[in-house]
Design a protein around this ligand. Structure first.
Ligand code: GLN
Length: 197
């Protein structure tokens, strides 16, 4: 039997976990804050929050979550990553700190902190493939996608052509943070995939 209320996890090692949980709950999902590998078996979708990708990576490996999350991604479970979460989904990180790894899955190369430091954070309106109206996007020490491989597809770019949102099969990544601006369409898209997966 298919549950009507999708059960999704938010990786809860570091970052803006609560913001994602709030949006997902408001959209009718049952949300688990994932801190241990066993919890992954009980969710049908996973969100990787914004935060600090190198810290989330380190904690994920320390808690034995890296391989289980890689298996979730490879198994076709819908996964949505924002900012640090996008970096964690990227197959290649241009400027990773020493020893930093990603979960991978998205055929892209990202560059961390591509727009400068916290003070260089900015907001802008963006057209997104499949959306009727632009999204108001908030960039906080955001990465940019410097290369999109053949398996992935850019779904939003800045005015200068820089790619800031990508989709590939079950995976979705945005360099910005819809979870902090009241934009729900990316989470809706994610939950639609969870429901039909
Ligand atoms: N700069 C952070 C990183 O490298 C990402 C920032 C964010 O998630 N807002 O992980």
């Amino acid at each position: 039997m298919v549950a009507t209320q999708p059960r999704v996890g938010v990786l809860a090692l570091q970052g803006d976990v609560r913001e994602h949980a709030r949006v997902l709950s408001a959209l009718g999902a049952e949300v688990a804050l994932v801190k241990r590998a066993e919890q992954l078996a009980a969710v049908d979708g996973l969100v990787l929050p914004g935060g600090e990708s190198s810290v989330i990576d380190k904690l994920a490996r320390a808690f034995g979550l890296q391989q289980p999350i890689r298996a979730v991604i490879a198994g076709g479970t819908p996964v949505y990553g924002t900012c640090a979460g996008l970096i964690l989904l990227a197959d290649r990180i241009d400027d990773a700190i020493a020893g930093q790894e990603s979960f991978g899955g998205l055929d892209v190369t990202v560059q961390r902190n591509a727009f400068g430091s916290q003070v260089d954070s900015f907001e802008t309106d963006l057209e997104v493939d499949g959306f009727d109206t632009p999204t108001h996007a908030t960039f906080i020490r955001a990465p940019r996608v410097v290369a999109v491989g053949p398996a992935a597809r850019a779904i939003a770019t800045l005015g200068n052509g820089e790619v800031v949102a990508v989709a590939q099969g079950n995976l979705l990544g945005t360099a910005f943070h819809p979870e902090v601006t009241g934009e729900t369409r990316f989470h809706e898209l994610f939950l639609e995939r969870v429901r039909s997966a």
